[in-house]
Design a protein around this ligand. Structure first.
Ligand SMILES: *[C@@H]1O[C@H](CO)[C@@H](O)[C@H](O)[C@H]1NC(C)=O
Ligand SMILES: *[C@@H]1O[C@H](CO)[C@@H](O)[C@H](O)[C@H]1NC(C)=O
Length: 167
């Protein structure tokens, strides 16, 4: 993280009631999942109000049918974290579409028993990500957007998938 990002992070963490717990968990997760980064941004609630919150943003590696796919997610942490579960979304890139199902709605919001039954200290970000990887490995939450107006359909010009493309 740059100096400015670190300073912003410190500034925003001050509003978190349980910041020691929160910082420790974020540290554990980003040490293990290098493609997730702590970011602060405005979170818009259902009632239209918004609030600067921290999130873990980036991708988690999901194994599906023998390939590993980097699934983009954003896990928002309320200022009462870890006593309330994170609010989690799948964030499809421009080449992906959300595959709605039992665990993901049309907005990309993620629903899991792990989140529903969230209870600190039995539940944590690390455990949550493990559960996501298993659940998404059974049912990927995104699929590749069909290439628009390509004269030669479905040619993989770049060769076999290298971990960044999707089924
Ligand atoms: C979140 O991560 C995605 C990549 O998965 C990136 O494109 C996006 O810019 C990130 N958002 C922020 C606010 O850092
Ligand atoms: C996969 O290949 C694409 C295009 O060559 C590249 O941009 C991307 O970084 C590669 N991803 C990985 C995980 O190697």
């Amino acid at each position: 993280l740059s100096v400015i990002q670190s300073a912003l992070f410190l500034f925003f963490i001050l509003q978190y009631k349980y910041r020691d717990l929160t910082v420790r968990e974020i540290g554990n997760v980003i040490a293990q999942y290098k493609d997730l980064k702590p970011v602060t941004d405005a979170y818009v609630f259902n009632d239209g109000s918004s609030r600067e919150l921290m999130s873990l943003n980036g991708t988690v590696p999901v194994a599906y049918r023998g390939n590993t796919y980097n699934i983009p997610v954003c896990l928002w942490l309320l200022d009462t974290y870890p006593y309330n579960p994170p609010i989690c979304f799948v964030k499809p890139t421009s080449t992906m579409m959300i595959k709605t199902g039992k665990h993901v709605d049309a907005n990309g919001k993620i629903y899991l028993p792990y989140l529903h039954e969230w209870k600190h200290p039995h539940s944590d970000l690390y455990g949550l990500i493990q559960v996501m990887i298993v659940v998404f490995g059974e049912e990927p939450p995104v699929f590749s957007r069909p290439a628009a107006q390509t004269p030669y359909p479905s040619y993989q010009a770049a060769g076999p998938p290298n971990g960044s493309s999707l089924p």
